[in-house]
Design a protein around this ligand. Structure first.
Ligand SMILES: CC(C)(COP(=O)(O)OP(=O)(O)OC[C@H]1O[C@@H](n2cnc3c(N)ncnc32)[C@H](O)[C@@H]1OP(=O)(O)O)[C@@H](O)C(=O)NCCC(=O)NCCS
Length: 159
């Protein structure tokens, strides 16, 4: 319950943080528990692994990073409270997850997409060692920007 409160307060209800994600900012704390239950179910099924991000010595969720596994590929996504942007936390977290996924014997491709206007996220993906493959045109709806599907950069690291 404490985690749900932190998630709601620190980023899930923030319209700026959620600008380039596929979901609307939460309006009520009660929306967080079903979201967390889904994360746990997907962890158990091996479909997707999600980790809460905390600062050392502080038991408070300030962000989340997830890795979805499909056959020989794993894709990552992340979100961080605006209060902690530009401190390198996501680069640190994403490096750890990309390294972890890359070491799995059956994974040959670790990848991610980001909106072509999401400059911070594109920079993060470059800094974790991914290469930009190109643009997936009209790939995903980011409803907080537009109801129409948006162009996204696709990045990957392969072996
Ligand atoms: C994407 C996000 C996680 C990045 O968090 P962050 O705390 O800024 O990340 P870091 O500090 O670890 O690294 C950001 C890098 O991007 C750069 N950056 C940040 N904002 C930028 C901008 N507007 N234009 C260009 N570069 C930018 C930073 O300078 C840094 O690069 P550097 O280390 O070379 O200086 C954060 O902005 C966020 O939560 N955004 C909302 C959710 C989101 O968009 N998630 C990704 C969906 S694909």
């Amino acid at each position: 319950m404490f985690d749900a409160n932190d998630i709601f307060d620190s980023y899930a209800s923030d319209a700026e943080v959620t600008r380039f994600v596929s979901w609307r900012p939460y309006k009520d704390k009660s929306e967080v528990a079903p979201f967390l239950q889904l994360r746990l179910a997907r962890w158990d099924s091996g479909e997707e692994y999600s980790w809460a991000i905390t600062r050392s010595q502080e038991d408070r969720v300030i962000g989340m990073i997830a890795c979805r596994v499909r056959d020989h590929a794993a894709d990552i996504g992340y979100v961080l409270s605006r209060n902690y942007w530009n401190r390198g936390y996501i680069i640190e977290a994403a490096k750890a997850i990309v390294d972890w996924a890359s070491r799995l014997e059956f994974i040959y491709r670790v990848w991610a997409v980001c909106d072509v206007e999401n400059k911070a996220s594109a920079r993060v993906l470059e800094k974790v060692g991914m290469q930009r493959e190109g643009i997936l045109r009209r790939y995903i709806v980011h409803p907080n920007v537009s109801p129409e599907p948006r162009d996204c950069f696709v990045y990957s690291k392969i072996r």
